[in-house]
Write a protein that binds this ligand. Structure first.
Ligand SMILES: Nc1ncnc2c1ncn2[C@@H]1O[C@H](COP(=O)(O)OP(=O)(O)OP(=O)(O)O)[C@@H](O)[C@H]1O
Ligand SMILES: [Mg+2]
Length: 216
């Protein structure tokens, strides 16, 4: 049995990550690939507790570096207790956000030095990275309009300039990293879904390794 693959979905609030998770799941089911779905911050009991701390309102302002360290504390727990063991069992893992979000939100959004994110990534991931990342990109005023009826969490309450920096951070990563596939998510759901399926097909084709697909 071969090791599973990690597929991550990225993009800021309201771009359509949760909506399009279904497209990925359907695609993997069609290909008879066994998978689990998870999210960040979170994914395990302890990491979900850290998520609550990260997203809940506090009277004290959370320092940006504290936020970054908590993100990586949750990620370490998620990786060691869930993602890596599942990949070892041959399962594919689909995660709603992963480390690219720390570059976009904490480095670009909160102006923390990229080197600090690099250092924590190396410490926690030891060279491990997602195999494929689908980045949904939309102008922040459009994506925020899509979630205007929702109760916003601590990070979602940031202003438009913050979200413009987050978007620029994601686009910067997409330019540098081949594994990140940029999708114009301002278009309709049918278009976004077809782009996701196209990238997933190309990814599976590129693996060129039938044994990567575990039997059901
Ligand atoms: N391409 C699209 N066109 C129009 N509406 C969309 C599109 N994608 C998503 N939506 C709608 O936008 C809203 C937000 O989508 P969704 O919850 O999937 O975003 P998200 O990226 O998961 O947000 P969050 O980061 O807050 O979890 C939903 O009501 C969804 O139906
Ligand atoms: Mg969501």
């Amino acid at each position: 049995m071969s090791r599973g693959r990690l597929i991550t979905l990225e993009g800021s609030e309201g771009v359509g990550k949760s909506t399009n998770l279904d497209v990925i799941c359907e695609f993997l089911e069609e290909k008879r690939i066994r998978f689990t779905v998870t999210r960040e911050p979170g994914g395990t009991e302890i990491a979900e507790r850290i998520r609550e701390l990260l997203l809940s309102e506090t009277t004290e302002i959370m320092d940006g570096l504290t936020e970054l360290l908590l993100m990586f504390a949750a990620r370490n727990q998620h990786l060691t207790r869930k993602i890596l063991p599942e990949l070892d069992q041959g399962l594919w893992v689909v995660s709603d956000r992963f480390t690219d979000a720390s570059y976009a939100y904490q480095a670009f959004g909160r102006s923390i030095a990229i080197e600090k994110v690099d250092t924590l990534r190396r410490l926690v991931q030891e060279g491990f990275n997602p195999d494929l990342t689908l980045l949904l990109d939309v102008e922040p005023d459009v994506s925020r309009g899509r979630i205007s009826d929702r109760e916003l969490d601590r990070i979602e309450k940031e202003n438009l300039e913050f979200y413009q920096r987050v978007r620029a951070g994601y686009l910067d990563l997409a330019e540098k990293l081949e594994r990140i596939k940029l999708i114009d998510a301002s278009k309709n759901l049918e278009y976004v879904g077809s782009e996701i399926r196209r990238h997933m097909s190309e990814f599976i084709f590129s693996l060129n390794n039938d044994s990567a697909i575990a039997d059901r």
